[in-house]
Design a protein around this ligand. Structure first.
Ligand code: ZN
Ligand code: ZN
Length: 421
């Protein structure tokens, strides 16, 4: 097969596995495709969107629609729009997506973003635009974090993103190399990607079941620059790849996914964590940073690069001073083993243990979907406009689970699981 034909074949298989396993799209559903960070799907993803649409109609979709976005336009806005104008927002995107959600339809996000598209721009303006996005997007976030419908986040290669990963390659070569990485990590290169995902989902579930049976009260993280204890509330649930949506559909919300994750207690986080990967947040790269916690609350942040952006994220609201997710990923994960950064959380979070600043997923607490915000918070859950994962795992990281009697039990040593399942 020519390399062009091979690419097209992988693209087709990738789209098929996203529709069949990621969304598990049902006949009669409508599908809306977007990308929150770029206010729509970047044009570089067009050929992939076309394959998604074909696979979706083959699965019986009634209607496939796309919100297209353009990061360059947002950059132009940040540089040229009046300082007091950043509360403006395309609210019709939100009402269009909410129309789909209320009808029980499916939502796909495709990332193809430049990780530091806003490099060098005014952090005040970036912060104001991001804040308005989080406020306007909240209605969608709430529905997504309670799994109201089947949703999925995936990526497509794009020139600026590829250039960040492979600065020494020519644009076309870099892009093809990034596509190859996406195809391999999403198992699109397997002879039967759908079957390969079935096996992968089962393996992750066994890992989550093991941790669930332990019923730890806390996790203790230690490495050369991290000394951190994170409480786990009563009723915390360990989740892996698959979830059941309120519309009755079993779906896989991230492709790739290598994590098992649970709910941390918003009141119990103490110590210092050091980031082990740069964080691409809302178009800026935050690098080499440290976060200090007391009684669950972030009391200090520092960063070698873009500290102001990190501080703005933490200052979003009260909940963004606290944590909403604790995820474990071994250093042997296929994404970690690739040995390069992706500068994109969808990939980098699957190469490293991570925690998330902000909103917790309702489904990580037993019965969490039925609680009011106040009840959820009282049970240890966290509410916020923000949910941002950052990576703290490394080959030096040791993690213990704390049993109900207070004794520690090794969970990870030198970044690797201590147990088989
Ligand atoms: Zn995660
Ligand atoms: Zn997360």
């Amino acid at each position: 097969m020519s390399s062009k034909k091979q690419h097209q074949e992988y693209l087709r298989k990738y789209a098929e596995v996203v529709v069949k396993v990621g969304l598990n799209l049902r006949a009669g559903q409508r599908l809306i495709i977007t990308n929150a960070a770029a206010r729509g799907v970047p044009p570089a993803a067009r050929p992939f969107v076309h394959e998604i649409a074909k696979a979706a109609y083959a699965a019986g979709a009634r209607f496939v629609d796309v919100i297209w976005g353009d990061e360059e336009l947002l950059r132009i806005r940040l540089q040229n729009a009046p300082a007091d104008s950043f509360s403006e927002y395309p609210k019709w995107h939100v009402s269009g997506i909410m129309d789909m959600i209320k009808n029980g339809d499916a939502l796909l996000s495709i990332y193809a973003n430049d990780p530091d598209v806003y490099a060098g721009l005014d952090p005040e303006r970036i912060g104001a635009m991001q804040k308005s996005h989080l406020e306007n997007w909240q209605e969608i976030s709430i529905n997504v974090t309670r799994n109201a419908i089947n949703w999925c986040v995936v990526a497509a290669a794009a020139p600026a993103w590829a250039a960040k990963l492979f600065p020494d390659l020519k644009t076309k070569e870099g892009e093809e190399k990034l596509w190859q990485a996406i195809f391999e990590t999403t198992r699109a290169t397997e002879p039967d990607p759908v079957a390969a995902w079935g096996e992968h989902v089962r393996d992750l579930r066994k890992r989550a079941d093991y941790l669930q049976a332990k019923n730890f009260t806390a996790l203790q993280y230690k490495s050369q620059n991290t000394d951190f204890t994170l409480g786990l509330p009563r009723g915390h649930k360990w989740i892996s790849a698959q979830s059941l949506a309120e519309n009755g559909i079993l779906f896989t919300s991230n492709m790739p996914t290598e994590e098992v994750f649970t709910l941390p207690d918003r009141q119990r986080a103490d110590g210092v964590v050091h980031s082990t990967f740069p964080l691409s947040y809302g178009g800026s790269l935050i690098e080499d940073f440290q976060v200090t916690f007391e009684n669950g609350r972030i009391v200090k942040v520092s960063a070698k690069k873009n500290e102001a952006i990190l501080q703005k994220l933490v200052d979003t609201d009260e909940g963004s001073h606290r944590l909403g997710e604790a995820a474990l990923v071994p250093i042997s994960s296929p994404i970690a083993r690739r040995g390069h950064l992706f500068y994109n959380t969808l990939f980098d979070e699957n190469a490293s243990c991570h925690i998330a600043i902000g909103r917790a997923y309702r489904f990580t607490l037993t019965g969490g979907e039925e609680l009011t915000d106040e009840e959820f918070n009282a049970a240890g859950g966290n509410t916020s406009l923000a949910h941002v994962d950052f990576m703290i795992g490394s080959p030096q990281m040791d993690i213990d689970g704390i049993r109900e009697d207070g004794t520690p039990e090794p969970v990870m040593r030198a970044g690797e699981w201590t147990f088989d399942v």
